[in-house]
Design a protein around this ligand. Structure first.
Ligand SMILES: [Zn+2]
Length: 368
């Protein structure tokens, strides 16, 4: 190797020089207070330009008889430095992680600006609960449009052309006059749609908003909610209807449900019945073997709660929906969701449900 002015002098490899370099490195390692500082120490003391690395590189140019001793001296020195670097590195990393955790600790006792927690409207919660029941027994939830054709709302449901419910006193028609479109007065048209689209057998529950030309008062509203059930299959009877209603009443009101049917007339069903549930409040208070509580606010002392209409689907309805009544039978029932909420939760006035006063909903706030 030729000497030139720009070439640095070969590093000295003796015990004093290497010993000083190692001592300086160890002192610097001990003095490093952060991992960032330690990184600088590493570069300065074992990096390419450091005394130890330069010495290491110079070993190959030494006379042969000095190489082994120099290699041992530099190798051991560098090894001590590397070992201390690793130890200090893990100490500092652990300390820094601990400090970060301490800094990120949340003080749960600090005052905070809490906004009230939102909740679903009690009617929505109840409707979800009702849907859960039907899904649980293997039925499907079916929805349909709220603006409906007169044919689906009345004719397909076997309503007489002169049926009073068609009048302007009961039904809200959609302009222009004679459009044949209306705000559905029941969710039954969804049943017709389901039968037309899917045929038999069919098990559907149809929840939704319906409209009537009513003024709002304690028990009436121009807009309210229903859920109707429809089962179409072979060999269905009224017993299947009663069994379904019993299970429904148990799910919504609890207790041991008893469903009572009273004969009635609806165009949609034949035979038709009004369905009553045994009063859950009297039952809870006095048991099934006792008479109703004469002062009961839920049933008015009768022991029974009127729930709505039901029956076996009229053959004309099955035919209108393309189902052969010789082959299939069906049962159907309709329930008012506001009525269920009022009975179940002791709501005295329907206006409380729709007026939007948050204090009403807050009673139900935990049931999200
Ligand atoms: Zn009662």
């Amino acid at each position: 190797m030729s000497e030139s002015p720009s070439t640095p002098a070969a590093p000295v490899i003796d015990e004093a020089t290497i010993g000083d370099a190692v001592d300086a490195a160890l002192a610097a390692i001990a003095a490093a207070a952060t991992t960032a500082e330690l990184k600088q120490v590493r570069i300065a003391h074992v990096g390419d330009a450091s005394v130890l690395s330069s010495a290491n590189r110079a070993i190959k140019d030494l006379p042969k008889d000095q190489k082994a001793a120099a290699g041992k001296l530099v190798g051991q020195g560098k090894g001590r430095v590397q070992k201390q670097l690793a130890a200090r590195q893990s100490e500092l990393t652990a300390a820094e992680e601990e400090a970060a955790l301490a800094a990120e600790t949340v003080d749960v006792t600090l005052p905070t600006d809490l906004r009230p927690r939102g909740a679903s409207h009690p009617l929505t919660v109840l409707q979800d609960r009702i849907n859960d029941f039907f899904v649980g027994i293997g039925w499907e939830i079916e929805e349909g449009p709220e603006i409906e054709s007169s044919w689906l709302n009345f004719d397909a449901l076997n309503a007489d052309p002169e049926h009073p419910s068609r009048s302007l006193q009961d039904t809200l028609y959609v302009a222009p006059e004679g459009s044949g479109m209306l705000l559905r007065t029941q969710t039954s048209p969804v049943q017709i749609r389901a039968m037309l689209e899917r045929g038999a057998p069919l098990y559907v529950a149809c929840p939704g908003t319906v409209y009537r030309a009513d003024e709002i008062d304690a028990t009436h509203s121009p807009m309210f909610h229903q859920v109707e059930g429809l089962a179409i299959d072979k060999d269905l009877t009224m017993a299947n209807l009663v069994g379904t209603l019993d299970a429904f009443a148990a799910h919504i009101f609890g207790g041991t449900p008893i469903t009572r049917l009273r004969p009635n007339h609806f165009p949609f069903t034949e035979p038709s019945a009004e369905m009553d549930f045994r009063c859950f409040r009297c039952e809870a208070r006095h048991g099934l073997d006792h008479d109703a509580d004469p002062s009961c606010r839920v049933c008015g002392g009768t022991g029974w709660i009127e729930m709505g209409g039901c029956g076996m689907v009229h053959p004309n309805v099955l035919r209108a929906a393309g189902v052969d009544p010789e082959e299939y039978q069906g049962f159907a029932f309709g329930l008012g969701i506001e009525r269920i909420l009022m009975l179940r939760n002791g709501v005295a006035d329907m206006r409380d449900i729709v007026e939007g006063d948050v204090r009403f909903s807050q009673h139900y706030g935990t049931e999200i």
